[in-house]
Design a protein around this ligand. Structure first.
Ligand code: CO
Ligand code: CO
Length: 321
């Protein structure tokens, strides 16, 4: 769902105060964090969606990388995962289900975690994802509220996966562009997360359904800062700029609508306007890195790119130059 509808639906629900809840739903963070002991916190998240690629194994890998990413985005280490699968068992062979689950398991194992169970329902449309549980040190978390003025904003994967996946679904994406897209969506954010903690970062989120600017706006609000983003520095997947107009999605318009009053656009660039709100699947981390440790971070994380900085809170959440 779009961030506007989600906020509206959740608004009437009372928040339950509990001193052990370190990160709850108020800040639109990637996962909930619950204090167990002074030096141990539980990190919990769930994510599932309909196939964005035809190959069931690849779909399983992407769905799992995407679900694990929310633990990494909090600075956590994934421990266990449970499958969630909706499957049309009358219409599709069970071997398809096995391949989806095999892809998911492959990524969970790559993350050093294990699958401990799951739940299936018969449904007309396939949907797959995982609920992931991880651990973190309560004093070493990456939250939306942790950005500090003067820090540099670093993005660890290129954007454009929503637009390109839409084209791929229609069979309109060249094979080399499809390969680059798949490689990006299957990649874990493990290194980006560990390097962020090592660099003393306190704030990160992963870029998924709300697009780069949607997730950036949650950081701006939770941290009470303004984020300045240089559109020309934002890394794009190959083909994304060329195809931005033909792969636009409903999710992108919902994101744009939500962001209408939150962004000051200093450049009239329709392609970048579309790409910066494009809903991503299994996107990279957006990390707010202390300037003194920026060089360390960039050398530790392949593909990491500086795209802007954190400024004192102005009248608007995001400025795009
Ligand atoms: Co997330
Ligand atoms: Co999520």
């Amino acid at each position: 769902m779009g961030p506007g509808d989600l906020a509206q639906a959740l608004e009437p629900l009372p928040l339950r105060q509990d001193a052990r809840l370190i990160v709850g739903r108020e800040t639109f963070d990637d996962a909930g964090v619950f204090l167990l002991t002074d030096d141990l916190a539980l990190v919990q998240t769930v994510d599932f969606f309909a196939p964005i690629v035809d190959d069931p194994f690849l779909f399983g890998q992407i769905a799992a990388a995407n679900a694990l990413s929310d633990v990494y985005a909090m600075g956590g280490e994934p421990l266990t995962a449970m499958n969630i699968l909706a499957f049309p068992s009358e219409a599709l062979p069970l071997s398809v289900m096995t391949e989806i689950l095999r892809g998911g398991q492959d990524k969970v194992h790559e993350a050093g975690a294990i699958i401990v169970g799951g739940h299936t329902v018969v449904d007309d449309e396939v949907k797959y994802g995982l609920s992931v549980t991880g651990r973190a040190h309560p004093a070493r978390l990456l939250t939306n509220a942790g950005a500090r003025v003067g820090e540099q904003l670093v993005l660890t994967k290129p954007i454009g996966s929503g637009i390109l996946a839409t084209l791929a679904k229609r069979g309109e994406l060249a094979p080399d562009l499809a390969l680059a897209l798949l490689a990006s969506m299957r990649a874990l954010n493990a290194v980006a997360s560990r390097a962020a903690l090592a660099a003393g970062a306190k704030c990160a989120t992963d870029i998924t359904g709300f697009g780069l600017l949607g997730h950036a706006s949650h950081i701006a609000r939770a941290s009470s800062v303004t984020l300045r983003i240089r559109a020309r520095d934002v890394p794009l997947l190959p083909g994304a700029h060329e195809h931005w107009a033909s792969g636009k999605t409903g999710g992108a318009s919902r994101n744009a609508e939500y962001l209408a009053t939150l962004v000051q656009w200093n450049r009239d660039d329709p392609a970048m306007r579309a790409l910066l709100v494009d809903p991503q699947t299994s996107g990279g981390l957006l990390v707010s890195v202390p300037p003194a440790r920026l060089a360390d971070y960039l050398s530790a994380v392949e593909g990491a790119t500086v795209i802007g900085e954190v400024e004192p809170a102005g009248e608007i959440a995001l400025i795009v130059d």
